[in-house]
Structures are given as C-alpha cells and as structure tokens.
Design a binder for this molecule. Structure first.
Ligand code: FES
Ligand SMILES: [Fe+2]
Length: 373
C-alpha cells in the first residue's frame, strides 16, 4: 500500500490513537472534519470498514467529502478521480485505461473502531498498534451499563481541557448543581481526599469523598436520599494523550461499592487545531437502563456541566492566554490540586520528546547509511 505521509506541525504525540468521530457519524455518507490540523474525509467502504484520507483532491483541491461514494472509493465531485481508503487514486476517467494515477495519491491514516468510536493514528503507520488503546472497563460490559454520548467543540488548546478534567476541585465552584447546593465549596473540598498514582503510561487521580449527601443527579434521577451521607468515588484515570476514564459512583456509607449507583464516563479530547479541540464523551449508568427520559435528563445534566460551565471557562482561559498554547510558558502558580494535571503534562511532554528524539535519530541513521552507500 502506498503511504503518502504528511508532516503535522502541531506539537502532539503522534504515535497514539485519537478519536476522529463516533461510528454512527459515518454511515453511508462521507464526513469532513479537521483533526490535528488536517481536513480529512472519513468514509465507509462496502465491507463496512472506515477509511480516513485527506479531504482535498490533489488536482484542483476540491473536497472529496463532497463527492460520491463508489464501492470502496470516494469520487472527486469536480473531475471524477477516485480514491480508495489508502488514499490511492485508483481510477482516472481522463485516461484511456481509466486506471490508477499514482501521482495523485494522497495521505491516508490508519483507523480502527472500538467502543463506538472511530480512532485514527496520526504517526508512523507501521507503529499503529490496535492493542495500545487502553481498555475502558464500563465500555467492555455493555450488558451492565446504558450509554449516552455527545461531542463538543472547544475553543481552547486540548491540554486545557485535560487540565479541567484532572483537577476536579473546580466542580465545587463552577458546578454547584452537582452537590445540589447543599454544601459550600470549602466543605466539599474538606470531605474529599486525593491520592495521585503515577503508572508507566497513565496517571490516576484517586478521589474519594466521604460523609456528604449524594449529587443532585444521584438524587433526582436515581432516587438516592439526600439526607443519607454517601461515599463517592470520583477517580480520574488519564491516558496519554487525552483520554480520561472517570469513575463517578456513590453508595450509602457502610454499603459496598457494588451496591452503588455508578455513572462512569469516558472523555476523549482530540486537537482540531492548536487552539481548538473536539471533546467526545460517553457516559454509562448501571441503573434505569432502557429509559429514554433518563438518557435525556443525563444529557441535559452534562450539557449544563460541560457545554455551559466548563467550556466557556476553558475558552475564557484560552482567550486570556492569547496566542500561547502551553500554559507553562506563562508561569502559572500551582495549587496542591494541580498535582494530577501537572504530572500528566510532564508525562506527555516526555513522551513527545522521546518520540521526536527517536524519529530524529532514525533519520540521521538513514542519512549515515545513504552517505555510506
Ligand atoms: S479537483 Fe478532483 S478531479 Fe479535479
Ligand atoms: Fe467541570
């Protein structure tokens, strides 16, 4: 397979899976989306497998996503060149043979589907390893959890969204509805214990809250008694570059965790450009499955929290940072609750530096081989 690669200028970890779209966004029509600064077209072939190719025909630069699908190919809507999922121009209606036109091959990216998401690999296709995608426990148990999902667009660098999710002390201030307004931010912070765990390729921010009432969602939707104190697990596990597995569960003090009401969540952030991000989320629940009104109530709840509280804050932060994407360049002061986001940023920076170093030494070795031959 001819692989036309294109360098991506954005500073990201390249050899990793990123969410491109939900699987049900790409059914029978191509989808155009900007991902890591490339406008791409996603489409499904006749066998159901998805391809992701540059959304720009190399002839007169028409968007291929506006074209027609023909079998496993996309036909350019302007002059009819056809491209397969590997980005190869396999059909040229202007030649006698109508055969392939190698000079018109365009970039394509490795893709795979898991958890109802189409993932792409912006780095070296040879290293695209499906098993490197972290396993998400609640998504591996479809019989135990009902799911709702959504996608937001955030005008902020993707690491600002990760910071937001890894330091949930902000919830006491900007999401007062979570506690039903029953406690002050100081009481919420005092009832929450945190422990940071650094693993080889993840950061776990263990957060346990003891002795307060359940969240308003647990009360309103799942009938927990606001007067009975609960234990809550608010642990967040971050996987580089920007995938977060959030355990959100509460059970009455003295009960077992298994008796609790759990609303686990997966949050995945994909850079669109340096200063904008796609924010995908999937939320599970182990109660009231198969009830569309609960789906809707949960989506409204998350719309309030993510779209109307977190997102505007992140956008205001980015606006205050101006044309700077790395907050560390601006010397922020640190609070104890920054331990998790700071550790994640450090791990990601190290991974990016190692990847760059490996690529450079590979290039210089190739240079030596060329000179020697
Ligand atoms: S622009 Fe695509 S074939 Fe001409
Ligand atoms: Fe938040």
């Amino acid at each position: 397979m001819a692989q036309v690669t294109e360098s991506i200028l954005l500073s990201i970890l390249k050899n990793a899976w990123y969410a491109a779209a939900f699987s049900d966004e790409v059914i029978d029509k191509p989808l155009s989306r900007t991902l890591v600064e490339r406008k791409v077209a996603l489409f499904r072939g006749e066998d159901g497998k998805v391809g992701m190719i540059l959304d720009r025909c190399p002839h007169r630069f028409a968007p291929l996503s506006a074209g027609r699908q023909d079998g496993d190919t996309l036909e350019c809507p302007y002059h009819g060149l056809r491209f397969n999922r590997a980005g190869e121009c396999v059909y040229n209606p202007h030649s006698k043979t109508k055969g392939p036109l190698r000079a018109a091959d365009i970039p394509s990216w490795p893709v795979m589907e898991r958890y109802g998401i189409i993932w792409f690999w912006p780095g070296d296709p040879q290293q695209a390893d499906e098993s490197s995608l972290p396993s998400i426990d609640f998504l591996d148990k479809p019989e135990e959890y009902a799911l709702v999902k959504g996608r937001l667009h955030v005008r902020g660098h993707y690491e600002l969204v990760v910071d937001n999710l890894l330091d949930l002390s902000h919830a006491a201030f900007i999401h007062p509805q979570f506690s039903g307004g029953a406690n002050t931010p100081e009481e919420i912070l005092a009832a929450t214990s945190q422990r940071l765990e650094r693993r080889a390729r993840s950061i776990v921010n263990h957060r346990i809250r003891t002795g307060l009432g359940p969240s308003s969602a647990h009360v309103r939707l799942f009938g927990m008694d606001p007067a009975i104190p609960v234990e809550s697990d608010l642990t967040m596990t971050w996987y580089p570059p920007a995938m977060l597995d959030f355990a959100l569960g509460s059970w009455e003090m003295g009960q077992e965790r298994e008796q609790g009401i759990h609303i686990p969540q997966l949050h995945i952030i994909t850079p669109e450009t340096e200063f904008t991000s796609h924010y995908f989320f999937i939320n599970g629940r182990n109660r009231r499955q198969g009830e569309p009104e609960v789906d809707k109530a949960l989506l409204d709840f998350f719309d309030m929290a993510f779209a109307r509280q977190d997102e505007p804050m992140i956008e205001m932060v980015q606006a205050n940072m101006g044309a700077v994407s790395d907050i560390n360049e601006l010397g922020p002061i640190l609070l104890p609750t920054d331990a998790a986001p700071v550790s994640a940023r450090r791990m990601l920076a190290d991974l990016i530096a190692t990847e760059r170093h490996d690529a450079e030494s590979r290039q210089s070795n190739e240079g030596v081989e060329l000179t020697a031959s």
